[in-house]
Design a protein around this ligand. Structure first.
Ligand SMILES: C[S@@+](CC[C@H](N)C(=O)[O-])C[C@H]1O[C@@H](n2cnc3c(N)ncnc32)[C@H](O)[C@@H]1O
Length: 295
């Protein structure tokens, strides 16, 4: 008989609070700090550590975004999951705030960049951040049930990046910048959500989040940053596909927050004038906040 040894992929990573907050508090914020987070329109600024070079990764969010979500929905020592971690922005936020974190990405190059960004970070925190190159469909093989206190990510938007970039919202000569006419998709992997048609994409998102649900603690929040798009002069309400997929997977929508990006939009060109009124897709994004229902 041939003996097979099954090696477990379960990660050795902490998930319990290490702070002294009262048990009924959902985060370590004081009442004064909490007040600042109540407004449903958020704004972020890039800092030096943020990577904005689209040749390194075409769609990175600022460190401030996962930072705010981690502060709102976790305590020190708890576990944060990013199912589509890219080059590891969520890790930097978790490292700063002494939270454990696990992130997945299909593309090894992104995972390696995430690891090297982490290596430049602070050394004295006790929490661990682990980057794993694997399909988000497989996340349940790595984590124990009811250990994740927050899932935060920005997912791909179906095959919307799979086209030549025309920079239509950028003014005049600036339009032909270094990314003009480039295709900025993540990979050609058939499991990459960024290669899928809308229906297949919604199905894959639902499957991935259904697999993650048992790993979340009851009432753990699941935050998804997403924007709607223009595609061949049609508005594609990606945020509605995401809400539908997450609700089918068993999550409940709690809050819709607008990420006001007006401070980041510059050199804007005239878009649609004088015959076609279309708003600039880059002026805001949705931060959709779900949770795993209490029981
Ligand atoms: C919008 S990016 C995330 C960027 C990230 N927030 C950051 O700041 O670096 C989405 C990521 O999902 C990854 N991805 C696509 N399909 C995936 C899958 N099935 N499993 C895991 N990662 C996937 C892509 O490689 C891409 O890096």
């Amino acid at each position: 008989m041939v003996e097979t040894t099954q090696t477990s992929k379960l990660l050795d990573i902490g998930y319990e609070r290490t702070c002294q907050c009262p048990p009924n508090h959902i985060n370590c914020l004081t009442a004064k700090e909490w007040i600042l987070h109540q407004i449903a329109i958020w704004e972020f600024f890039y800092e030096k550590r943020d990577i904005r070079d689209k040749n390194i990764h075409p769609a990175v969010f600022p460190i401030g975004l996962p930072t705010k979500c981690i502060q709102l929905f976790t305590h020190e020592g708890e576990l944060v999951l990013d199912p589509f971690v890219g080059i590891g922005t969520t890790f930097l936020a978790a490292q700063d705030l002494n939270r454990n974190a696990v992130g997945f990405d299909l593309k090894n190059e992104y995972i390696e960049t995430g690891r090297s960004r982490l290596a430049q970070g602070r050394l004295f925190g006790q929490a661990k951040q682990i980057a794993i190159c694997d399909d988000a469909h497989n996340i349940s093989q790595y984590l124990k049930e009811e250990t994740v206190s927050l899932s935060i990510t920005s997912p791909p938007y179906a095959n919307m990046l799979n086209r030549r970039r025309l920079n239509k919202s950028i003014r005049g000569d600036l339009r032909q910048n270094q990314y003009y006419l480039q295709v900025q998709q993540y990979s050609n992997d058939p499991n990459d959500l960024g290669t899928m048609e809308a229906a297949e994409y919604a199905q894959a998102l639902e499957e991935i989040y259904r697999g993650i649900l048992p790993l979340m603690r009851p009432k753990a929040h699941c935050v998804i940053d997403v924007t709607d798009l223009w595609w061949e002069n049609k508005r594609i309400p990606v945020h509605l596909y995401v809400i539908d997929a997450l609700e089918k997977a068993g999550y409940e929508l709690r809050n819709i927050i607008i990420w006001d990006r007006r401070n980041l939009v510059n050199h804007v060109g005239i878009f649609g004038w004088p015959s076609n009124y279309i708003t600039l897709g880059t002026t805001f994004e949705y931060i959709l906040d779900f949770w795993r229902p209490p029981s």
